[in-house]
Design a protein around this ligand. Structure first.
Ligand code: NDP
Length: 239
């Protein structure tokens, strides 16, 4: 199926590792001019040939403003934004501090607010755009192995997605994918016994499966889908 996104300019935050890297690879395969954004400049070496790297701490508003300017000037007008960068915290409610809460919220949620606000009006003016957020099943169920700050940030991401979707319409869509237990560094401590009890499909998901869902939402076939929460959890939660 031709996704119709050849030559579109795509930005993937947290794009140099894990799920983000797979999204970068997939969007490049679909013909997008793809910018991988990561906080760590040395992570650029993970990228495939042809990927464009830009260093940015997406929790910092000024760095995000500079990023959007750099993409516009060096690559072209941004068509597809994937808010994927995220960090985890495993602190219990008793252990967690306000600093921990704010650190996780800034990277996981505030970054998506800042970048969506920076790009959505220009996308609307140009008549087309896609904003795709990476949430988590933790945002729906309160988290399985993760903290209140992580679950809170991902629940907030669902509300942000729906609010941006209303503003973005009719030219631009905004949707959220909620994965659970995808095989990356973030889930390296999850044991097979732990997940095989809980996941009907009987395995962890792959980064490529998340990337395929992103490609679908980025495509020209999904103009009638916006504000949608797309689960990707092997059947752990069927709601
Ligand atoms: P990884 O930790 O493997 O990758 C996250 C990437 O984001 C890293 O490259 C990291 O950079 C980057 N990053 C972190 N903070 C910032 C920042 N402030 N600015 C820019 N980049 C940053 O995570 P995953 O690939 O596993 O997760 C990707 C997304 O998917 C996250 O939003 C996560 O919450 C979500 N998710 C993951 C699940 C899973 O099972 N893996 C399940 C559900 C949701 P660096 O490493 O260099 O610091």
């Amino acid at each position: 199926m031709d996704l119709g996104i050849t030559d579109k300019v795509a930005v993937v935050t947290g794009g140099a590792r894990g799920i983000g890297l797979a999204i970068v690879q997939r969007l490049m395969e679909e013909g997008c001019r793809t910018v991988a954004v990561d906080i760590d400049p040395s992570a650029a070496s993970n990228l495939p040939d042809g990927a464009i790297f830009m260093a940015c701490d997406v929790s910092d508003e000024q760095q995000c403003e500079q990023l959007v300017r750099d993409v516009d000037q060096q690559v072209g007008s941004l068509d597809i934004l994937v808010n994927n960068a995220g960090i985890q915290s495993t602190l219990t409610l008793a252990e967690a501090t306000v600093e921990d809460w704010e650190r996780v919220l800034k990277v996981n949620l505030t970054s998506a607010f800042i970048l969506s606000k920076l790009v959505v009006y220009d996308m609307k003016r140009r008549g087309w755009g896609r904003i795709i957020n990476i949430g988590s099943m933790a945002g729906k169920v309160g988290g399985l192995t993760v903290s209140a700050s992580y679950a809170g940030s991902k629940a907030g991401m669902m509300g942000l997605t729906k609010s941006v979707a209303r503003t973005a319409a009719p030219q631009v869509t905004c949707n959220i994918i909620c994965p659970a237990f995808i095989s990356t560094a973030m889930t390296s401590s999850v044991t097979k016994a732990e997940y095989s009890r809980q996941i009907p499909v009987g395995r962890l998901g792959t980064c490529e499966e998340v990337a395929a869902a992103v490609a679908y939402l980025a495509s020209t076939w999904t103009g009638y889908m916006t504000g949608e929460v797309l689960d990707l959890n092997g059947g752990m939660l069927m709601d």
